[in-house]
Design a protein around this ligand. Structure first.
Ligand SMILES: Nc1ncnc2c1ncn2[C@@H]1O[C@H](COP(=O)(O)OP(=O)(O)OP(=O)(O)O)[C@@H](O)[C@H]1O
Ligand SMILES: [Mg+2]
Length: 340
């Protein structure tokens, strides 16, 4: 049996995997069949048609019920009818583990059967491609970007479009435009969750994300140092300014678990609970400090994937379950305007 498969690009990512799956599928349908698979690049007309089909799957055209007024080109995810929950992971300061939490949460949500996209909104300091171990860039054709999938998570990052060694020096409007493209031109496939890795602090990007995604929910990451009050104020005031529903606090690097089962509080204790109390939201998780977490981030193998039975994996599975149980926030901030 000879099968010719039309693929979007000349260099289709993972051609051997695709061939292997087709051969296996054919063998299970027709036992004993010998299958030769040929991959043939699509022609311009086919590419345009495929782009249209993917847009339709995303729910484009369903924004008639009202795109967010701030968005020049609305994303289907921003539509009132969208069922995608948008979870923005933020913090008042850098280096507390936002990206680590975002990546492991996304993997945990995918592991519990949800469809998940991960938007790396840290345009300047992107780290998601490395942490997720994405090995090929998105496919771009027919005016649409098809994100790569790693560990069950679709992801888009500025890291796919710029040279890693070159600094990006974009001002607010260009950042806004880049985020708009990431939301509008990407085939997210109407996922159950879009997890957003926010840049440190409370700058232009946070404003753009809030404007372009009216149903975004905010989750704040902190370390356990009790001196969390300043961070609390910043995160709280960001949420208030942007009218974002703040849903919970995640404490990272809570303790170091030694092999003898002891828990060592390297960075103090109580910061997460204190912050949650000050903001009036639940403390949703305490993630231990674990060398495997950093190693996993460096090697593109999230800890939740490396050791699915380990404490870190269980913590993130628990966090995913708690967030699912919280349910979507009942806020649609249609009052937002770009000009404000
Ligand atoms: N629970 C953990 N155990 C061990 N290492 C961790 C843990 N969480 C984060 N790290 C490590 O700490 C460093 C900072 O984490 P990460 O990049 O996720 O922080 P961030 O808040 O996203 O930083 P930035 O503000 O620069 O975006 C990374 O090297 C990461 O691997
Ligand atoms: Mg980060």
């Amino acid at each position: 049996m000879e099968v010719v498969v039309a693929v979007p690009l000349d260099q289709h990512p993972g051609p051997e995997e695709l061939r292997g799956r087709l051969v296996a599928a054919a063998a299970s349908a027709v036992p004993g069949a010998r299958v030769a698979v040929e991959l043939a690049p699509m022609e311009a007309g086919e590419l345009a048609a495929l782009g249209e089909r993917l847009r339709a799957l995303d729910g484009a055209g369903e924004t008639a019920s009202g795109p967010p007024p701030g968005a020049a080109r609305p994303s289907p995810i921003a539509s009132r009818r969208s069922r995608t929950r948008v979870l923005a992971v933020a913090s008042g300061k850098g280096g507390v583990g936002k990206s680590t939490v975002t990546v492991n949460l996304a993997v945990a949500l995918a592991g519990s059967g949800h469809s998940v996209g991960l938007l790396d909104a840290d345009i300047y300091g992107f780290s998601v491609p490395r942490m997720l171990g994405v090995d090929h860039p998105p496919m771009v054709f027919g005016g649409i970007v098809v994100p790569p999938v790693a560990h069950g998570v679709r992801t888009v990052s500025a890291g796919f479009f710029v040279d890693e060694d070159k600094a990006i020096a974009w001002r607010g409007p260009m950042l806004h435009k880049a985020l708009e493209q990431f939301l509008v031109d990407v085939h997210w496939g109407a996922p159950d969750y879009l997890v957003v890795d926010m840049p440190p602090g409370t700058g232009d990007v946070a404003l753009s994300v809030a404007q372009q995604l009216p149903r975004v929910e905010l989750y704040v990451v902190t370390t356990p140092q009790p001196a969390a009050q300043r961070v609390a104020r910043r995160a709280g005031s960001l949420a208030r300014q942007l009218h974002l529903p703040l849903r919970g606090v995640i404490e990272n690097m809570s303790w170091f678990a030694s092999p003898d089962g002891g828990r060592h509080e390297l960075f103090g204790s109580g910061g997460g609970a204190e912050l949650a109390g000050a903001l009036g939201v639940p403390l949703l998780a305490q993630v231990p400090f674990d060398v495997a977490v950093r190693q996993g981030a460096d090697e593109g193998m999230p800890a939740a994937v490396v050791d699915p039975e380990g404490e870190v994996a269980r913590t993130f599975a628990d966090l995913a379950r708690r967030i699912a149980e919280l349910g979507p926030a009942r806020v649609y901030r249609s009052e937002l305007r770009l000009s404000e």
